[in-house]
Write a protein that binds this ligand. Structure first.
Ligand code: CA
Length: 232
């Protein structure tokens, strides 16, 4: 198998270098950028398998980079956020990051998270060769095997997590799940996030799926409990 390519966008050279050293030791191919603009340029030209993206960057911050990359790419983005800056995590996820890790982090955890995110992305690309398994819910069609969602026949661009959450709920329509359950079932054991991650992902999904995300028809809130999928 070809080496997986990780792009590190981090202005602190000492941090970047130590991550690079450890990733190369693990068999990854690594490229590094030291400001947001250089990072964005590389993200769009070298087709990395994963982007490790710091938030605080010169010229263009990590959020802006994330947003721009997401306009054209579903590459996994793992954000590096500073300790205590809870807002960073939520904002990063809202802009389409797949995952985040808080500084300071252990190298072993970082590598585990990088591998988990690349593995999930690989699963999706393998899934594109699966036989279709399309299920229709109102004007929404979900191909449960191929990670494709269409609304009125038009393909929607969902991130992996958004798709996984939608699939999980749609396969269990009308059943209500708490945020904790969804975090456990959809994000899985390798995830150390908090339950607001679920709310953020639901909000993003609604913006993509619903005609009026303030008045959803598919992904419903059960007040005080959690979320469920309803066939309209
Ligand atoms: Ca920085």
């Amino acid at each position: 198998m070809d080496a997986k390519k990780v792009l590190i966008i981090e202005d602190e050279k000492s941090i970047s270098d130590i991550i690079k050293f450890n990733l190369i030791k693990e068999g990854f191919e690594v490229d590094a950028a030291y400001d947001g603009q250089e990072g964005l340029n590389k993200a769009l030209t070298i087709s990395p398998d994963l982007i490790l993206l710091d938030v605080m960057l010169p010229i263009m911050d990590g959020f802006a980079v994330c947003k721009k990359v997401r306009e054209t790419s579903t590459v996994p983005i793992l954000m590096l956020t500073a300790k205590e800056e809870e807002v960073d995590k939520v904002l990063g996820l809202e802009l389409g990051a797949d995952d985040y890790i808080t500084k300071p982090f252990g190298m072993r955890e970082l590598i585990a998270r990088i591998k988990a995110n690349i593995r999930r992305a690989d699963l999706i690309s393998t899934a594109k060769n699966e036989p279709a398994n399309v299920q229709q819910f109102g004007n929404l069609s979900i191909d449960m095997n191929r990670y494709e969602v269409r609304k009125d026949g038009i393909a929607l661009e969902l991130t992996l997590r958004e798709f996984e959450l939608l699939k999980y709920l749609a396969e269990r329509e009308d059943k209500v799940f708490s945020r904790e359950q969804l975090l456990e079932e959809v994000w899985g054991y390798e995830y150390y996030g908090d339950i607001r991650t679920v709310d953020v992902t639901v909000r993003r999904l609604r913006e993509k799926l619903e005609d009026d995300s303030g008045n959803p028809k598919y992904i419903m809130t059960k007040r005080g409990i959690g979320y469920y999928f309803r066939r309209p």
